[in-house]
Ligand binder design. Sequence first.
Ligand code: PEP
Length: 248
Amino acid sequence: MPRQFCVGGNWKMNGDKAQITGIMDTLKGATLDPNTEVVLGCPAIFLEFTRSNLPARFGVAAQNSYKVAKGAFTGEISPAMIRDVGCDWVILGHSERRAIFGESDQLVAEKVIHALQSGLKVIACIGETLEEREAGKTEEVVFRQSKALADAIGADWSNVVVAYEPVWAIGTGKTATPQQAQDVHAALRKWFAANVSQAVADAVRIQYGGSVTAANCKELGACPDIDGFLVGGASLKPEFIDIINARM
Ligand code: PEP
């Protein structure tokens, strides 16, 4: 079965109701590739607003969730709360969460399994820093991050999308070349075949993220193991439509 192309927008801590309304109007008015799944990662406080103003054709994702359903965890939100406001997705393990908020592989894995058990679909982010790439450790890092996820998730990855996001490419304007991205995606698929199952390796969608734009999305999207994108900066701009339509 071919893997459905999936493009996520990660608005990060950007936007207000007026700006989000503009983005939603652009999306609703555009001709979009019907074969591409689109998921919008919006700030927690705007989840309900975004969900209630977009057709079901668009998924809406939180950008984080905690590892338990409720309790004394001031400032956190749970997958149950995300579902309660009508959303189906969460982005977990983003490099900004890992680097700025100190999230470990273990914590990310615990969040992922709790989100899945709560009925959310998960975009799980992995990726190496520049230092790690330059030290030749790209595969070691992404395999370590994938192993933490696999140990928690087990055999069923049907509600998981993996986002390979080299940290050096996020928000820097430095995109991985299609070859660099394809090489890591192919290595990850081999890793899944060896460490989870051939079925998961064949079926799991692996997005590329890191300075994707209208100008580079077609070449990246043509790579056989790239099944979509996770897009930060450009997801706030009209060019996001071109990225959604990269394969059209
Ligand atoms: C991201 O935030 O996941 C991302 C890839 O950002 P950008 O597209 O701006 O590099």
